[in-house]
Design a protein around this ligand. Structure first.
Ligand SMILES: NC(=O)c1ccc[n+]([C@@H]2O[C@H](COP(=O)([O-])OP(=O)(O)OC[C@H]3O[C@@H](n4cnc5c(N)ncnc54)[C@H](OP(=O)(O)O)[C@@H]3O)[C@@H](O)[C@H]2O)c1
Length: 278
């Protein structure tokens, strides 16, 4: 079952093949209950961010689950507006305190630019943040480090400056939005792609081609969307606050065949390309 399967990062760290996403999950009861339900139903990989403002509730649900720390994989992210060595260490320490989980499994730079100024040139700041993350990684406080929303042109300066290639790039990836050039760059450089918004934040579920393939396999469009990410060897991070969906999103023990994948490669629905902000 998918809940028991792992990818291996370029540094040898095992990472569960599916994660539970928590963007737009309100701090307090909603985040606590959603994460508790996810853990109860078999998720072991939780994705949050300081910017989601729910780390404390996520951390509390994790602690209360009594699942052994080494069986869990916890990811959080450096806020997009924080660039620079010291501010990165401070933000990391705050996240660790919020989550209260001893160490992080994965820490990501949330975006190459602040969400308030998408496209801003932050190369120098990103390099300084990256140096801080490498040091935290070398101290054993983080098991793997990476980036999010980074394009090839954002990743290369990090590698050029430090010689350290990110283990992960978490990017917007779903049927009809697969960023093929970046995808190929990551595959070539052994950077695992985490597929965020694998259901296009819910917008993917009414597409005719996806529905047809779902009918063929007697599953839902959501399952086709998640399975698609896995067939592409990316790591989907579905989010839900409903237990039946949290459970369903883990039940992915069917395969899409070559014909399905060819058809899905042709999906283009302008509804899928809605603007986002995380
Ligand atoms: N790094 C970044 O910049 C970034 C950006 C965006 C997202 N992310 C990560 O990726 C995660 C997932 O992305 P996302 O939150 O955009 O959304 P998503 O997982 O693509 O879709 C979530 C939406 O689909 C609904 N849904 C979930 N499972 C369903 C099912 N089986 N059937 C029907 N509807 C279903 C959810 O509704 P209910 O909750 O009401 O069930 C919610 O409205 C985030 O939570 C976050 O961890 C990262």
């Amino acid at each position: 079952m998918i809940k028991d399967e792992f990818y291996t990062l370029s540094n040898g760290v095992k990472i569960p093949k599916i994660a539970f996403g928590t963007w737009q999950v309100k701090p307090g009861e909603e985040a606590y209950n959603s994460v508790a339900m996810a853990l109860k139903n078999g998720y072991r990989h939780i994705d949050t961010a300081l910017a989601y403002e729910n780390e404390e509730s996520v951390g509390q649900a994790i602690k209360d689950s009594k699942i052994k720390r080494e069986e869990l994989f916890i990811t959080t992210k450096l806020p997009s507006h924080i660039k620079g060595y010291k501010d990165t260490v401070d933000a990391f320490n705050l996240s660790l305190k919020n989550l209260d989980c001893g160490y992080l499994d994965l820490y990501l730079i949330h975006a190459p630019w602040p969400w308030s100024n998408v496209g801003q040139d932050c190369v120098e700041g990103n390099i300084e943040s990256w140096r801080a993350m490498i040091d935290l990684y070398n101290q054993g406080l983080i098991k793997a480090i990476g980036v999010s929303n980074f394009r090839e042109s954002d990743i290369k300066p990090l590698i050029d400056a430090t010689g350290f290639t990110p283990h992960v790039d978490q990017i917007r990836f779903f049927i009809g939005n697969t960023q093929e050039q970046l995808y190929n760059y990551c595959v070539k450089n052994n950077i695992l792609i985490e597929a965020y918004s694998p259901l296009a934040t819910g917008n993917i579920l009414k597409n005719e081609i996806i529905q047809k393939i779902a009918d063929k396999h007697n599953v839902t469009p959501a399952k086709v969307a998640l399975r698609y990410c896995l067939e592409r060897k990316t790591l989907p991070l579905p989010k839900s606050t409903h237990e039946e969906r949290i459970i369903a999103n883990l039940e992915l023990d069917f395969r899409l065949d070559d014909e399905d994948m060819k058809e899905l490669a042709l999906v283009h629905d302008s509804n899928l390309d809605r603007p986002y902000r995380s």
